[in-house]
Design a protein around this ligand. Sequence first.
Ligand SMILES: NC(=O)c1ccc[n+]([C@@H]2O[C@H](COP(=O)([O-])OP(=O)(O)OC[C@H]3O[C@@H](n4cnc5c(N)ncnc54)[C@H](OP(=O)(O)O)[C@@H]3O)[C@@H](O)[C@H]2O)c1
Length: 340
Amino acid sequence: MSSTNRQVRLAARPSGLPKPADWDLVELPVPAPGPGECVVAISHISLDPAMRGWMNAGASYIDPVEIGDVMRAGAVGRVSASEHPGFDVGDRVYGNFGVQEHALTDGKGVHKIDPSLAAPPTYLGTLGMTGLTAYFGLLDVAKLQEGETVVVSGAAGAVGSAAGQIAKLKGARVIGIAGGEQKCRWLVEELGIDAAIDYKGEDVRRALREHAPKGVDVFFDNVGGEILDAVLTRLARGARIVICGAVSQYNATEAVRGPSNYLSLLVFRATMTGMVVFDYAARYPEAMAEIAGWMREGKIVSREHEVEGGVEAFHDALLKLFAGENTGKLVLRVGDGESS
Ligand SMILES: NC(=O)c1ccc[n+]([C@@H]2O[C@H](COP(=O)([O-])OP(=O)(O)OC[C@H]3O[C@@H](n4cnc5c(N)ncnc54)[C@H](OP(=O)(O)O)[C@@H]3O)[C@@H](O)[C@H]2O)c1
């Protein structure tokens, strides 16, 4: 039974890729819950490219993490002490608990998870924020139709691997773009995606001509930059581009690269729409139930890429996202969720 809580706090706002000096590791006693509160022993922390944006000052879709604050992160764990009427000791929960080992919470935004349905880290991926992003991006924003041609960038990542599989089960022809032969093989052989383009080893425009001869109806973009520009040259009339993210630009030290081929939107009567999954919070239960059903039926698979090492491994683990070292949802294991 551990009596200390280690936390990772933001020490400085980075320029470019985060550095170890941008974080402070702080040790405090594990808090005791007051009335209406509970303490969660965290087992897994979600690693997200968006964390890089949250480290910057300035307005965005969510407030920045302030210097000295515990780094914001979704996490799963087990309630280890409770004075909260809605949570009992032993409950498995998801919440925005931050990069730390134990979180004190008033229960707002905390949801019980069912470990008999899927392992807790899956609730950070396919049954959590990244699966929901894929779901709403494709079905609500892009309004995907059966028989359409869909391209997904960042296709072997957490959002991308869910998006590719959901598009397949909705009857689309799906082309994934990912870095490296191994990821591309996984997409086609394990996930059943129709074709994969290795952007690190292939000419993306040429490969798109081959795999999408009639053009791209839906582009689910996770990476931006050159890949967005390449897909813009290959649109079908009425195409919908979902701007889910732009991971290729998050560590830019110069101006973010915009799409120079944007006039394709005019030529092909296409739309480009940004989305933020938080806007769909009221519909999460409905979407999670549907995704869980697909998982139970074996129609989609979830892969978590677990990094060991506890909270002190947070910095190195985060950088894996920007080096493309993860396949599926990257999570940091910080404990077994059993200690209090
Ligand atoms: N809008 C929303 O509400 C929302 C919610 C969640 C996530 N997102 C966004 O969705 C995207 C994917 O997030 P995720 O959590 O699923 O991460 P992820 O795709 O699991 O991990 C990031 C991946 O990005 C790729 N990458 C990194 N640098 C790149 C570069 N310079 N060019 C091309 N690809 C690069 C790497 O794959 P390769 O090996 O293939 O390069 C890496 O594995 C991110 O842009 C994220 O911000 C948006």
